[in-house]
Design a protein around this ligand. Structure first.
Ligand SMILES: C[S@@+](CC[C@H](N)C(=O)[O-])C[C@H]1O[C@@H](n2cnc3c(N)ncnc32)[C@H](O)[C@@H]1O
Length: 284
């Protein structure tokens, strides 16, 4: 008769070597198997799951101990208050990206107060996280979302459909800005920007390299190509907002100064006090 308290204790010990949040992981996985909230799993520690539930939990803990992310094991991840389906076709949305969304919403609201109904493009839509958060919080905005990966676009479509957001979002397959049918008021992107050789082995093992590898010795090759395309696709008065790696603010702001010389430039820091988002606003 194994109770929740023993199951969680043993799984926490098993996960301690590979996870920085072993207890949380164990509680989330067990809650998922039981079909309960995490709070109920914590409250009802003396409950005895049936053998088939214990077997399912044991298997999830084994996979988590091998490095598989909790979000893939659960098949979902919360982002900006929205629940998104995720699987190995897409990068798991990261909390840092919520700063990009916050700044994009603020910029779009400024445009709205100046009488512009912004048309927004999200480049590299992945699971649809940024697009879904913007479409939910900016009910009058029209959005385009591109990705080179058909797999990612399929999952983004599923997420947008479930959230009832497909009417204002057009999904487009292709390279960076090239699929856009028209210039836009705002370009938002969290492109691949990491250096594959330097990322955590479990991230490299499970998440799509197409979503991670920014190319070049500094991971910034995608920015080089993307920013070169921006002048042709950004309307006067428009803004470009890019998530960056902490080491990339100099190179990315340098590229923006070259390609959008008439624009303002701001660098925003994340909660860990690292450079995370660059905002550039075209003045003319
Ligand atoms: C870091 S992920 C971001 C996903 C999502 N926007 C998010 O923030 O969670 C980058 C995305 O860019 C896509 N991507 C990679 N190269 C691309 C390219 N050349 N053109 C368009 N999208 C690309 C990848 O498939 C991936 O979905």
């Amino acid at each position: 008769m194994t109770r929740i308290r023993e199951l969680v204790r043993e799984a926490t010990a098993q996960l301690a070597e590979t996870s920085t949040t072993p207890r949380l992981d164990a509680e989330l996985l067990l809650a998922d198997v039981l079909g309960w909230s995490r709070a109920r799993t914590i409250a009802e520690r003396d409950y005895v799951p049936v053998p088939v539930q214990i077997a399912a939990f044991t298997e999830l803990v084994r996979r988590r101990a091998a490095g598989e992310p909790v979000a893939y094991l659960l098949g979902r991840r919360e982002f900006y208050g929205l629940e998104l389906q995720v699987d190995r076709r897409v990068l798991i949305p990261r909390p840092e990206t919520e700063l990009l969304v916050e700044l994009a919403i603020a910029t779009a609201r400024q445009m709205l107060s100046g009488g512009v109904l912004p048309v927004i493009a999200d480049i590299g839509v992945g699971s649809g996280a940024i697009t879904a958060a913007l479409a939910t919080n900016l009910p009058s905005a029209q959005l385009y979302a591109t990705d080179v990966s058909c797999d990612a676009l399929d999952l983004a479509r599923e997420n947008l459909e479930r959230l009832g957001l497909t009417e204002r979002v057009t999904l487009l397959q292709g390279d960076l800005l090239a699929p856009l049918p028209t210039p836009v008021d705002m370009i938002v992107s969290n492109p691949p920007y990491t250096i594959l050789a330097e990322i955590a082995p479990d991230v490299a093992m499970y998440e799509p390299h197409l979503a991670l590898d920014g190319g070049g010795s500094d991971g910034a090759d995608l920015y080089r190509r993307l920013i070169a395309q921006v002048p042709a696709f950004l309307r006067p008065g428009g803004a470009v907002l890019l998530e960056i790696g902490a080491w990339q603010s100099e190179v990315v702001s340098g590229l923006l100064r070259v390609h959008l010389p008439e624009s303002s430039l701001e660098i925003h820091r994340d909660l860990a006090d690292r450079d995370r988002v660059i905002v550039s606003r075209r003045t003319a």
